[in-house]
Ligand binder design. Structure first.
Ligand SMILES: Nc1ncnc2c1ncn2[C@@H]1O[C@H](COP(=O)(O)OP(=O)(O)OP(=O)(O)O)[C@@H](O)[C@H]1O
Ligand SMILES: [Mg+2]
Length: 283
């Protein structure tokens, strides 16, 4: 199948990778992601309680909030690893969590719909989650070949470009267990980018790393944020990084967004007492 170039502009770090045209929908101004009254329950426990927020194409958003407030749940819902209990998640104007029936009504999404929708979205986890039995190169080529139907040669060429981008061109034949945490996380980032996602979800991706490895991974992500059209939703406690890469910070508590604004505004002059308390605890 024909594939679009990776959505990376040419920079020092991304020199080997082509620029993707910005899709026409970006001019329409409609949100790329919209949570519309989303409820998520586990049994009686209401984690998300009528959550509303939206993200524009190309916008980099940081999600902050106390432990257990539902940040990972939001990303897992977007990644279609979990199903909403109520409400609708929209991606680029289409329902992610639902399928449109012939009469226009929304029904819970079928597996086929979810498989298609998932292609737009990539996720990097706190614990890397690489396939342990596969070498680095295969970790990156597996999904493009099996999910996107990309030819193996093309997938390998792109995987090598991406490994170059993340500074690991010498590690194609290593197994994940032979890499440091920082190197594994770089492979996980390359693996997510290999799917050419429009939306990249990052869930505390540096919190399992040794302190000396954190800066390098954050620098790589900053580079991707600045130089690509990818829309990033990022859960992080790295406030300097959030300030550096995000246009918008969303503060969650008790299943809702209690405050949103620019990093400058939220970090220096939050409107909400709960945000102030949270920031005092983490900064
Ligand atoms: N599979 C599950 N079954 C039951 N409860 C769950 C499940 N996943 C998450 N929860 C609950 O949902 C709530 C939100 O969890 P979530 O992981 O989204 O929080 P978080 O904001 O990411 O927290 P942290 O900052 O600690 O990572 C928690 O109370 C958690 O116990
Ligand atoms: Mg979490």
């Amino acid at each position: 199948m024909a594939t679009e170039p990776l959505p990376l502009q040419k920079t020092a770090a991304a020199a080997a990778v082509d620029i993707a045209p910005v899709p026409a929908t970006s001019q329409t101004g409609r949100p790329l992601v919209r949570f519309d009254n989303v409820v998520k329950r586990y049994g009686d426990h209401v984690v998300l309680d009528g959550l509303d927020f939206s993200v524009r194409r190309g916008e980099n958003v940081t999600l902050i909030g106390p432990s257990g407030s539902g940040k990972t749940t939001i990303l897992r819902l977007l990644m279609t690893l979990e199903k909403v209990s109520d409400g609708v998640i929209w991606v680029d104007g289409d329902p992610l969590s639902h399928t449109r029936a012939p009469d226009g009504s929304l029904r819970p999404a079928t597996e086929k719909h979810l498989r298609k929708a998932r292609k737009k979205i990539g996720m990097v986890f706190q614990q890397f989650n690489l396939f342990p039995h596969m070498k680095v190169l295969q970790n990156i080529t597996e999904a493009p070949v099996s999910v996107l139907g990309m030819g193996r040669d093309e997938a390998e060429t792109r995987a090598r470009e991406l490994l170059d981008l993340v500074g690991l061109s010498g590690k194609t034949d290593a197994h994940p267990s032979q890499l440091s945490g920082g190197q594994q996380q770089r492979v996980a980032i390359a693996r997510a980018l290999a799917m050419q996602p429009e939306i990249l979800l990052l869930d505390e991706v540096t919190s399992a790393l040794d302190p000396e490895l954190v800066a390098g991974v954050l620098e790589l992500l900053s580079d991707i944020a600045r130089n690509t059209d990818i829309t990033m939703l990022c859960v992080t406690h790295e406030m300097n990084f959030a300030r550096d890469v995000s246009e918008t910070v969303l503060m969650f508590d008790a299943g809702r967004v209690i405050e949103s604004g620019s990093p400058e505004k939220i970090f220096t002059d939050p409107a909400h007492e709960r945000t102030r308390e949270f920031l005092t605890a983490v900064l």
